[in-house]
Design a protein. Structure first.
Length: 386
């Protein structure tokens, strides 16, 4: 196992009725900016719960943060923060709202003239405006990590940022909130979390036995609960395990002491930026082709995954590894997630070349755990995903 430091200060309030407890986590006298998305929280009762919890605070609302939080929209929210002298934020939503709020946290204290530099200059955010979250859609794990991804329509880019200053102070996770989540979003959440685990697991053996078992248990749990949560999202036990699995998939724990990949995300983000495809679905498009293209360096871990997660016991290492990729793609299909770019757009020609060119321009010349996936290889992977 590799050396590592692990730091995660986010306090988790987990369980039914926990939203009301956020009152005790916000500094007394704080002026709060409440951020949220398209307004679904006003139809499912979450808005009222949050407003009740905030009744003793001065609250300013900013709604309309879109999926794949849009930079220009966030700049409007940043103006509100400065005009209203906001000193605490509360993100009420899924990963997009939380990621957008993390950007605002960093931008509120950024001393430069162009906040987009937080994403393009790879600035490590050491301090941000404090915030908490109320999770409404399990998927990204953003409620318990310090990373964020922001999109910009003007340039068709989707870039990441992060740093220890962007951990939420607290996150309220009430599994009952998923009762009104549309089936498509549930499928996205399962796929997103599952692929997050793969990115931190599907590399090569590094002697991290406990880390492997942590990762495998999260994937096994997601496979187990997936059909059940899609059928009956009011089942509290299933909803609880789904929600906690999504959080554990990307709170930093399972990546410690082991190599990680993240090439799937790098390519997937480009598909979202170019075509507006749901984030989780871009991961399902890229992941199987990525594992096929890098089969030689990943087959040992693929075979282990096949044995432990999918119970593939027959055949040699190559056979088990191949079947494991097939099982993964079939799992995505079982959630009605298509795994070809052509399933989402007819204008996919030249996509691979565009993405490879962008990576060259940014200096992204060696992705993956071995840092050997160059833009030419990226181009091959994306073409295979057509």
């Amino acid at each position: 196992m590799n050396n590592f430091d692990f730091y995660n200060p986010t306090k988790i309030l987990f369980g039914k009725g926990k939203i009301e407890n956020i009152t005790d986590e916000i500094p007394e006298g704080a002026k709060v900016l409440m951020t949220y998305g398209g307004g679904s929280i006003k139809q499912n009762g979450i808005y009222e719960q949050v407003k009740d919890a905030l009744e003793d605070f001065k609250v300013v609302e900013f709604g309309g943060i879109p999926p794949n939080p849009e930079y220009e929209v966030l700049l409007d929210a940043l103006d509100v923060i400065k005009e209203e002298d906001i000193d605490f934020m509360l993100a009420v939503g899924g990963g997009s709202v939380i990621d957008g709020t993390k950007f605002l946290s960093a931008a509120a204290l950024y001393e430069g003239d162009n906040p987009w530099e937080l994403l393009t200059e790879h600035n490590r955010v050491e301090e941000g405006l404090p915030f908490g979250t109320v999770l409404t859609l399990p998927a990204t794990g953003s409620e318990m990590n310090s990373g964020a991804v922001v999109s910009r329509k003007e340039t068709k880019e989707k870039l990441a940022m992060g740093g220890p200053g962007l951990f939420p102070k607290f996150s309220a996770l009430d599994p009952t909130v998923i009762r009104t989540v549309p089936e498509r979003q549930l499928a996205n959440g399962i796929t997103d979390a599952f692929t997050h685990v793969l990115e931190q697991y599907m590399t090569y053996p590094a002697g991290g036995h406990l880390q492997d078992r942590f990762a495998e248990s999260i994937m096994q749990t997601l496979i187990e609960v997936a059909p059940k949560v899609m059928e009956d999202q009011s089942d509290y036990e299933i909803a609880s395990n789904f929600m906690w699995s999504c959080t554990m998939a990307l709170n930093g724990l399972i990546q410690k002491g082991v190599p990680t990949d993240w090439a799937v995300h790098a390519m997937g983000h480009e598909l979202t930026a170019l075509y507006g495809i749901d984030h989780a679905r871009t991961l399902a498009i890229i992941a199987p082709r990525h594992y096929e293209e890098n089969f030689g360096s990943k087959k040992e871990k693929l075979a282990q995954y096949g044995e432990r997660v999918w119970n593939i016991t027959e055949g040699d290492m190559d056979s088990k590894a191949t079947k494991a990729i097939q099982k993964t793609e079939s799992f995505f299909h079982s959630l009605n997630i298509d795994t070809k770019l052509s399933d989402y757009t007819d204008n996919y020609e030249e996509t691979a070349e565009i993405i490879a060119s962008r990576f060259k321009e940014r200096g992204w010349l060696g992705l993956g755990e071995h840092e050997n996936i160059d833009p030419d290889k990226v181009e091959e992977i994306v073409k295979k995903a057509y």
